[in-house]
Design a protein around this ligand. Structure first.
Ligand code: PEP
Ligand code: MG
Length: 547
């Protein structure tokens, strides 16, 4: 087995036989021509054909990859009408008496070099476009049929590099993946591959011509390719690929659909994320919003206290990118199993019952206010929910709200924008469940953290796998607490969701819907399977009569 590394363009797995593509070598003669008019006519015919081809590629890319990715081909068609470029080419034919092929090569290369030397990165990129249209004109002059580059069998195409035109021309139904020796992950080719959903690896220096015909796997998740992989590796990556395909099929089927049962009950299905790097997953899985953004990552990934600006940038990124979808950011939930050195927390006998989450924030108010200011600033950029973890009393919640108001005032006095936002708490302890009526009067939503709620209700340390024989994850005590919380919330107009792991448990979806849950926030990849399940439920039937 050979392992080759590169830069991944798309997180995905491709499995198949390699087809090595070698661009045809064009021998351009420097011999002089006699019939200038005929040569000008040949150039014009090749150029006009290239324009038609670019327009056809635009139409194909529009279907395969969408408007944004297709745009490059209409730019190419326009470039092929550019007077300066045409005059420069014709001039070489007319005055130097060179062939249309030679004139095209020299004039287009010169133009590409002018772009390549520009400072503006956008203009620099245009050089690749000129090379692409030059290739198109030359192929037409040489009568080369580029449609045959892929063969007739499904393959992983391996090439030194591919132009956008070559990429789009590929038959998607036979294209499993792409590996190129050159190219950048932001090139048009990479963007096209990404929009076409094709796993691709660029800048893969190890590409070899003798891979042709060999079995290979592109592992886009780990930016590598395996040539002649071992049977074990192939079978585990095949499993992953099959999961991806299932998810893709679900997406096709359910993208944009409501989370509505057969009898017409609709709930929100949101995603849990660990930071802005998961925004793509929220979009890809068509989640309705983010129900739990664990803000801990800003603390855990930092060597020292993260500044207000650092936090603001991270929160804003998510809120702005996902607007108008709601993004619920949970304030710092450090402590217990999540420790950071720079906070110098005292060692505790029993950290799960110790100074964690909101308890740290309310004892270190300036630390907490830094996060609150960052969140309030981010609220101006989208649809933000602010959520406090581990609340066990009305006094704590009021204190959090007072601090939030204090921060808001400070920001407004400095002329800094603050938007609107909704306010919620996590229900993670039996205490919070018991006083849910009082808490509901103080906030817009509840999100039940079933991971901690189970731990604190059953007195089972969630970190201790040795306790598994005693753990009933569907314990009736926890289920009754969930029902009590939903009822209490609804009595006060407060919506209720679940963001702990139980929210994604398909064995409980119907139970939660019958209880009246308003939202389930789950791992992004569980969003569509959950939607499918919800759409198959009929709550007007007795539970035992469900199919
Ligand atoms: C929970 O306790 O259920 C929860 C979602 O929070 P975490 O798992 O981050 O403690
Ligand atoms: Mg928790």
């Amino acid at each position: 087995m050979q392992v080759a590394t590169g830069k991944s363009v798309l997180n995905g797995i491709a499995i198949g036989k390699v087809k090595v593509y070698k661009a045809p070598k064009l021998e351009i003669s420097e011999a002089l021509i006699e019939d200038v008019e005929a040569e000008l006519a040949r150039f014009d015919a090749a150029r006009e054909k290239a324009i038609d081809q670019q327009n056809a590629l635009y139409e194909k890319a529009l279907i395969d990859a969408g408007e944004d990715s297709a745009e490059v081909f209409s730019v190419h068609a326009m470039m092929l009408e550019d007077d300066d470029l045409l005059d420069a080419t014709k001039e070489i034919i007319q005055t130097q008496k060179h062939s249309a092929e030679y004139a095209t090569k020299v004039a287009f290369d010169n133009q590409a070099m002018v772009f390549a030397e520009m400072d503006d990165p956008y203009m620099k990129e245009r050089a690749a476009d000129i090379y692409d249209i030059e290739q198109a004109v030359l192929n037409n002059l040489f009568g080369i049929d580029t449609d045959s580059m892929q063969g007739t069998e499904p393959c992983i195409l391996v090439a030194r590099d591919l132009t956008p035109s070559e990429t789009v021309r590929l038959d998607k139904s036979l294209l499993l993946g792409i590996i190129t020796k050159e190219g950048s992950s932001n090139s048009h080719t990479a963007i096209l591959a990404r929009s076409m959903g094709i796993p691709a690896l660029v800048q893969c220096a190890d590409v070899e011509e003798d891979w042709d015909g060999k079995d290979a796997i592109i592992d886009g998740y780990n930016s590598c390719a395996y040539v002649e992989p071992t049977a074990d590796l192939a079978s585990s990556l095949k499993k992953r690929r099959d999961e991806d395909l299932k998810q893709k099929a679900l997406l096709q089927e359910l993208k944009g659909a409501d989370n509505t049962t057969i009898d017409g009950t609709t709930i929100k299905v949101y995603a849990n994320i660990g930071g802005p790097s998961d925004i793509g997953l929220v979009q890809q899985n068509d989640a309705g919003g983010v129900g739990l953004f664990r803000s801990e990552f800003v603390y855990l990934n930092s060597k020292d206290y993260p500044s207000e600006d650092e936090q603001f940038n991270a929160y804003r990124l998510a809120v702005e990118a996902l607007a108008p979808k709601q993004v619920i950011i949970r304030t710092c939930d450090i402590g217990a199993d999540k420790q950071v050195d720079y906070m110098n927390m005292e060692k505790e006998e029993n950290p799960a019952l110790g100074v964690r989450a909101i308890r740290i924030c309310l004892t270190r108010k300036e630390f907490f206010k830094t996060q609150l200011r960052a969140l309030l600033r981010a609220s101006a950029y989208g649809n933000l929910g602010i959520m406090f973890p581990m609340i066990i009393s009305k006094r704590e919640l009021r204190e959090c709200k007072d601090l939030l108001k204090e921060c808001e005032k400070e920001l407004l006095e400095k002329g800094i924008k603050v938007g609107t936002y909704s306010l919620g708490i996590m229900i993670e302890t039996p205490a919070a469940v018991m006083i849910a009526d009082e808490l509901a009067e103080e906030c817009d939503f509840f999100s039940i953290g079933t991971n901690d709620l189970t731990q604190y209700t059953l007195a089972i340390d969630r970190q201790n796998a040795g306790l598994d024989p005693f753990l009933d994850i569907h314990h009736p005590a926890v289920l009754r607490e969930i029902k009590m919380t939903i009822d209490a919330g609804h009595r006060h107009g407060t919506w209720v969701g679940i963001c702990g792991e139980l929210g994604a448990d398909p064995a409980l979806t119907e139970t939660f819907l019958r209880m009246g849950i308003d939202e389930l926030s789950v791992n992004p990849v569980s969003v569509l399977p959950l939607r499918k399940l919800i759409r198959g439920l009929d709550l007007s039937k007795k539970p035992e009569d469900q199919e």
